[in-house]
Design a protein around this ligand. Structure first.
Ligand code: NAP
Length: 242
């Protein structure tokens, strides 16, 4: 009989880095694929995974909405153990702080940081009970260096690093490993509008990264060979920050 695969929830996986992570993990895990609104893209990711024999459950909900998080996940947890969480969902609302609205601040903090709290709070019980699990937060080089025009985003991404290190300490005794990946400039919709000609000279490797390059590191962090890695921040940034 075929052994049941572990379940990994990937948030914000209807496109971009999240979709690449879901696709990369799919041969090894059953994927719970979260996104908020882009149903067509999410279905395309699901179809691609299933065409390769993988298993992918679509879970559309807003990760920053406490009631939606509970309603989507809690009933499923009665019959399923989630082994891994990759919190990747993200948005930007870039502007200088002098012109930043309260809404732009709140929205960005909510989707990245508050959602991490809401998701880990729901899943932690499962993982602690199972005495096994992996959590990876997709932060950003902006959370390490700070980025002008991104006070909200840099704060949220730096917050993910602090929260992950605290959680890593909290959950280590139960063999739940918690790490952070900090991508630099990656080719996705989020970076479509950036001035590439100005940015490329600032990257030692001289190019934007690919979603697949981020996904490979996440796959490693979820794998057996990463069993002694917790509380770490792994940059995937072409040398942008060393
Ligand atoms: P993207 O192409 O804009 O995709 C964002 C994903 O997040 C979409 O699937 C979107 O789903 C989902 N999402 C947004 N708000 C959500 C919410 N409230 N609830 C659930 N899902 C939500 O972004 P990306 O470039 O792949 O970035 C992925 C992650 O990497 C983000 O955390 C980002 O901050 C981080 N990152 C990206 C870069 C880069 O250069 N691209 C660099 C550093 C870090 P729907 O469209 O269906 O709502």
């Amino acid at each position: 009989m075929q052994e049941k695969k572990k379940i990994v929830l990937v948030t914000g996986a209807s496109r971009g880095i999240g979709a690449a992570i879901a696709g990369r993990l799919a041969p090894h895990y059953d994927i719970w694929l979260n996104y908020r609104s882009d149903h067509d893209s999410a279905k395309a990711v699901q179809a691609e995974i299933e065409s390769r024999g993988g298993c992918c459950r679509l879970l559309p909900f807003d990760v920053s909405d406490e009631e939606e998080v509970k309603a989507a996940l809690e009933p499923l947890l009665d019959d399923n153990k989630v082994w891994g969480l990759v919190h990747n969902a993200g948005i930007t609302r870039d502007t200088l702080v002098a012109t930043m609205t309260r809404e732009q601040w709140d929205n960005v903090l909510d989707v990245h940081l508050t959602a991490y709290f809401l998701l880990t709070r729901v899943l932690a019980r499962n993982m602690l009970f199972a005495r096994a699990g992996r959590i990876v937060a997709i932060s950003s080089v902006s959370g390490e260096t700070g980025q002008a025009g991104q006070v909200n985003y840099s704060a949220a991404k730096a917050g993910l690093i602090g929260a992950s290190k605290a959680l890593a300490r909290e959950m280590a005794r139960r063999n739940v490993l918690v790490n952070v990946v900090t991508p630099g400039l990656i080719d996705t919709e989020m970076t479509d509008a950036l001035p590439k000609d100005k940015l490329l000279p600032t990257i030692p490797l001289g190019r934007f990264g690919s979603s697949a390059e981020v996904a490979g590191v996440v796959n490693f962090l979820l794998g057996e060979e990463a069993g002694y890695i917790t509380g770490q921040v792994i940059g995937v940034n072409g040398g942008l920050y060393m």
